[in-house]
Write a protein that binds this ligand. Structure first.
Ligand code: BGC
Length: 748
């Protein structure tokens, strides 16, 4: 925010101390309640007037928000303003690609701009608090909420999550007017994405080392970026649901990270402690939540109902209530709500369609191209259930998304076909009308239309409702009759370019083999159509990279790039089921780690994406700037250089060897080959998205400190701590690569 941190701190503290000292217990508890949107209008207003509401939720529109705000400011004893919250997830009226697609951009600066534009749009509708970004690192594409995060990698997720926090929260000048930031709410704290079997809301079992190395870093990065709030998760983590998890909420979030951000429950996650089987009743749930410092209760109403009683019974200390209310008042203070509780009621300005276009362009990943792309002046058939679906291309969680703003691929081609493909002609025949459609008549029509075309553009994938919260899938194939439709289109002999719009990686291996080219677009938002048009016709060169591993089949899940090697890695090539001799002795076909139906290789690895040009990567050069001194037990080495000095400098030269100027994203991977714990096959430690004109070369350099190479380690005295395992340089492999690949020792 704009105010200097030091002066703000004392002023802020003085302000909050004073206010808190004047509040009754009931007023404090009222602040801890986020209004259940299901109350009727009269009930809502009564609760606000009685001072029993700290935040309103799902109320949109400057006039209505201001009306309720006036009740809080003018009609309650202390006039404490409300804060209006909303699930602003990937845009407001103007929708950006789903966060998984945003991850594919590998462009945090762009994502920060998108978040800033979103905050500006949401502000005009009264919204000051967004329930995003979701930074749950996800290894399981069956889990529907994989769409809402930035993929499988803790580093990429950290960078993107922090960019979103900055984008939302920074004040911005718009036409000489200051638009204040919108508070981010980083969710879901923690471990939610590790739900068993990819089933939403399920149990998670995460050892402390994995929690610290994989799941928590993006939350920590968001806290360091100044996130004003975090949200608890629904899952139980090693048997303890997050809303009642003192270790997460106090030991780590408060005591270790020293965060003063607000911690809000997820929707009823406090009252859910009863069905979880942790608490006997809602009163018990309120007790467990407050003792684990869940500070605001979203929707569940357990604090309003039971906290006074619990304080009077001396089961809850009022100091704990004060600590929670302090966080709530702090968020409101930092948003400037005490000075400016109201939002302007002017006609909202349109969102930034140009920016949405750029993000959509950068989020599409070219997975295959036999040379057919970019298109030139062919006659194209536009077909498939997602070619012209204004709503579906927006993806999940778009409560305020304005479908009338959407430009579909069909619309983009119709508007522009005479521009970029001067002689091109267009035929449209959708075939199937929605992604689960199984109507063979439509397919026959598309096949007939294909006969008149040179190229088939097949827009397939998933409708928006098939991903997102509680939308998990056990089968990741293209739904409905889309596979049959692909077979029928391919059988025409015309080249098929497959454009996949989906909320997750789908198991499309056979279709990839059949297709002439495959462009994976996720759900690209309002401007998905023009973005895809620009890429397919070569106006824009694709630059997206997969933010998550694409499995070949569901049975491979979980499959992620930064896994361990095992003591018996898969042979190359492994013996698959059909080649096993009948009646052979048990171990005669070897013992290695793979499935009989498929090797461990994914369909596409993390970080993968083609371009219309080609890049040649030079050798990775590593320079160790200074040696460290190593302590005797080898575990907690003292540093002889400041982390800022850099420990390793890793560089390489990349040449654009093709004929298109283009962006490329060199990725720095590291593996520790030996040490006190087994470490992943490779881990992303940095990336840069750089523009390289055709024929030119660029150098990239990354600097790594020991902190970048450290990992969570259970120390010998039984206390967990993150320590640097010092070892000699032969223990590490560094590689700058175009996508993730297991790093093996030099002599292997
Ligand atoms: C989701 C959250 C969301 C909240 C409010 C919950 O069901 O898990 O991500 O922010 O609802 O809509």
């Amino acid at each position: 925010m704009a105010v200097c941190a030091c002066s703000r701190k004392s002023e802020e503290d003085r302000f909050i101390d004073d206010l808190l000292s004047r509040m009754t217990l009931e007023e404090k508890i009222g602040q801890m309640n986020q209004l259940d949107p299901s109350w009727n209008a009269e009930e809502k207003e009564a609760l606000i007037r009685e001072g029993k509401v700290g935040s309103i939720f799902n109320i949109v529109g400057a006039k209505e928000v201001n009306r309720l705000q006036r009740m809080a400011v003018e009609e309650t004893r202390l006039g404490i303003p409300l804060v209006a919250a909303r699930d602003v997830i990937h845009g407001f009226k103007t929708i950006y690609p789903i966060p998984l697609g945003q991850g594919a951009t590998f462009n945090p600066e762009l994502i920060e701009q998108a978040a800033q534009a979103t905050a500006k749009e949401a502000y005009q509708y009264g919204i000051r608090w967004a329930f995003s970004p979701m930074v749950d690192v996800a290894h399981d594409p069956r889990w529907g909420r994989v769409a809402e995060g930035y993929g499988e990698d803790p580093y990429l997720t950290s960078v993107m999550g922090a960019a979103t926090v900055r984008g939302y929260q920074n004040d911005q000048m718009v036409n000489d007017q200051m638009v204040p930031g919108m508070a981010a709410c980083v969710k879901h704290f923690a471990g939610y994405s590790a739900s068993e079997g990819g089933r939403d809301y399920n149990t998670t079992w995460i050892p402390e080392t994995q929690l610290r190395d994989i799941y928590l870093p993006p939350f920590k990065a968001a806290v360091e970026a100044g996130a004003m709030s975090l949200m608890c998760s629904f899952n139980d983590l090693n048997g303890l649901p997050s809303s009642a998890n003192h270790h997460l909420n106090v030991d780590i979030f408060r005591d270790e990270w020293h965060s003063d951000a607000l911690l809000v429950s997820d929707w009823g996650s406090g009252s859910d402690l009863v069905p979880h089987g942790l608490c006997a009743d809602k009163k018990d749930a309120a007790l467990r939540c407050i003792n684990a410092r869940m500070e605001m209760d979203m929707q569940g109403n357990i604090y309003n109902d039971y906290l006074t009683e619990l304080v009077n019974e001396k089961k809850v200390n009022e100091q704990m209530i004060n600590a929670c209310v302090r966080s709530i008042l702090r968020l409101k203070y930092r948003l400037g709500l005490f000075d400016n509780p109201y939002v302007p009621e002017d006609t909202p300005a349109p969102g930034d369609a140009e920016l949405a276009l750029r993000v959509a362009e950068e989020s599409a990943v070219l997975l295959k191209n036999n040379g057919i792309l970019p298109l030139n002046d062919q006659i194209v058939l536009i077909t498939g259930p997602l070619a012209h679906q204004k709503k579906e291309q927006l993806g999940t969680w778009v409560f305020d998304g304005d479908t009338s703003l959407s430009i579909t691929p069909l619309m983009a081609f119709e508007q522009m076909v005479n521009g970029i493909c001067p002689n091109g002609k267009l035929i449209y025949e959708p075939g199937l009308t929605f992604s689960r459609d199984k109507n063979p008549v439509g397919i026959a029509k598309a096949v007939a239309a294909a006969k008149k075309a040179d190229v088939i553009l097949y827009f397939c994938g998933e409708e928006a409702i098939l991903s997102g919260e509680a939308r998990c899938r056990a089968n990741l194939d293209l739904p409905g009759a889309q596979i049959e439709m692909m077979d029928a289109l391919v059988a025409t002999g015309k080249p098929v370019v497959m454009i996949v719009m989906a909320g997750r990686p789908l198991t499309i291996g056979r279709q990839v083999d059949q297709a002439a080219a495959v462009l994976y677009a996720f759900h690209g938002g309002t401007m998905a159509g023009p973005a895809l048009y620009n890429i397919l016709t070569g106006k824009v060169v694709p630059s997206g990279k997969t933010p998550i591993t694409f499995p070949k089949m569901v049975g491979q899940i979980p499959l992620y790039y930064n896994r361990h090697n095992t003591g018996r890695p898969s042979y190359d090539p492994p013996m698959l089921i059909d080649s096993i001799p009948i009646g052979c002795p048990q171990f005669s076909i070897g013992q290695s780690s793979y499935w009989l139906e498929t090797p461990t290789e994914p369909l596409f690895p993390f970080g993968f994406g083609l371009s219309y040009t080609t890049f040649e990567y030079g050798e990775t050069k590593v320079c160790q700037s200074e040696r460290r001194s190593v302590s005797e037990n080898g575990l907690s080495a003292e540093r002889s250089v400041s982390p800022k000095d850099g420990l390793y400098t890793v560089s390489c030269t990349i040449k654009n060897t093709g004929s298109y100027d283009a962006y490329e994203t060199p990725q720095l991977y590291v593996r520790q080959l030996s040490g006190d714990l087994v470490r992943p096959l490779c881990e992303l430690k940095g990336f840069q998205k750089i523009f390289i004109p055709a024929g030119e070369t660029r150098d990239v350099t990354f600097t790594l400190t020991d902190d970048d190479l450290g990992y969570w380690h259970e120390s010998h005295d039984g206390l967990s701590s993150r320590v640097w395992f010092a070892t000699d340089d032969a223990d590490f492999r560094f590689a700058i690569l175009p996508y993730s690949q297991p790093l093996v020792p030099k002599d292997k």
